[in-house]
Design a protein around this ligand. Sequence first.
Ligand code: ADP
Ligand code: NG1
Ligand code: MG
Length: 475
Amino acid sequence: MESDDLFVNVNKHIDAADERLVQLRDFFFKEFSTKAEFFVKVPGRVNLIGEHVDYSGFPVCPMALSQNILLAVATSPNNDDIIHLKNMQSKYKSFKCSIDHIKIELPKPGTYPGWHNYFLCGVKGILDYIHKMGDYPRKGFLVAVSGNIPPAAGLSSSSALVCSAALTTAFLYDLPLNKTLLATLSASSEHYIGTQGGGMDQAIAFLAKKGCAQYIEFNPVRATPIQLPPDAVFVIANSLAEANKAATSDFNKRVVECRIATKLLAKFTDRPWQDIEKLGQLQSEVLDVELEEFEALIKKHLTKDVYTKDELMSIFHIHEKEFEEKMLTPNTKDEKEFKLKQRALHVIQEAIRVEHFRHVTDNADDDDEEDAIDQMSELMKRSHKSLRNLYECSHENLEELIKISKEFGVGARLTGAGWGGCIVALTDSITTCDRYIATLNECYYDLMPQAKHLEFDQICFATEPQNGAEIFIAE
Ligand code: ADP
Ligand code: NG1
Ligand code: MG
């Protein structure tokens, strides 16, 4: 199958110039004593703007990175039904299980899920889908993994792994490699790990195109290319504070607060709150109002700084069990206080910023490129301020990086879920970019002992938009 707009690109040959691919091919052969049959490549991503809005159904603006997850794969030579996983990094231990006994272990609070669980999410998502269409032959397979996306840094290493597993399974089980189907199935399958993300990471993993960012809409997933001003250079800087999303309830607490805010607004505007889950759904489908009108409704109806579980149960006329079932997730079931006004305001104002960002990029021409970059930078700064103050998902290390960026004069914001991880900054030329990176090195990384053991260009680098997922057939 050749590439077109809808299908994952299946290349006839592996790229022998890609050193990591060649190393992975050799590692695979050494570990499994057989040749890899094909390779899968799925990129990480950086979100330029539109943070914590995807799970409320609003559009986002990510682009794919050159850092990626690579898999080398072969069907099991014994024709058994076992999935064998090996990783080139020894910290990720080998794993195997039967395709019929996939068990995804939810992490205990404060601990990280084993890496193989992310892989199993992708496999399970595809097998469940195939199973619904009828029975299928049990095919085991051998997989070796090489990844260079900094983990737990907001660059979506987890989803690249989930999507690579989903794509591998779909390819082996002869499912049409339709990008939107794979993005949708991968998004819901990553929920098996416990976090209830909105689908941005999996959408860009499949729908990304080299040279442009994407404006991604949801339900159904679709992507429209965003042409960035030619002089714009985006820089990613890792704060080196890790944030493993599945190990805490922070992420799901925000998902839950947005859900309760939606239902409360629905109730206050006399709509059937039981059936409405997302702010975006309430705004566009149910109330059918503009984003600005919706913002005014939030300000009018959600007046309190904190809502307690008891008062919410009383407003909705429901008991504890129903409250937990309808509103909460397993890892937020003991939460007693919710900041609904602040979270909903961030979401709607961020959704408005995304529309402005897109408008600026759509209308930027050569004459006013500088002005376009200024406007984009300003929107990114406001996005960060809102994530810090209203969404409370920043981190002291991120704040330090933002402060240095501000003093240098570039717009920057945290990217990904936050609570650590990376910032993304917008510079107006290669020269500014180089000076900015040198400033970050001097004012931030030079003062961090742990940075001395890391390769600098892996933690702070300029980035250009890359292609989405691909398959390479081994020669
Ligand atoms: P993010 O998606 O922001 O990078 P997450 O906390 O969602 O962060 O996911 C990080 C987890 O993804 C890691 O703890 C690990 O389990 C898994 N992971 C990331 N990269 C790799 C890799 N190269 N090999 C195996 N597992 C990986
Ligand atoms: P990261 O940065 O990968 O943890 C998460 C969610 C996204 C989105 C962003 C915040 C997953 C897999 N990813 O990204 O859907 O909500 O946070 O914008 O849950
Ligand atoms: Mg993740």
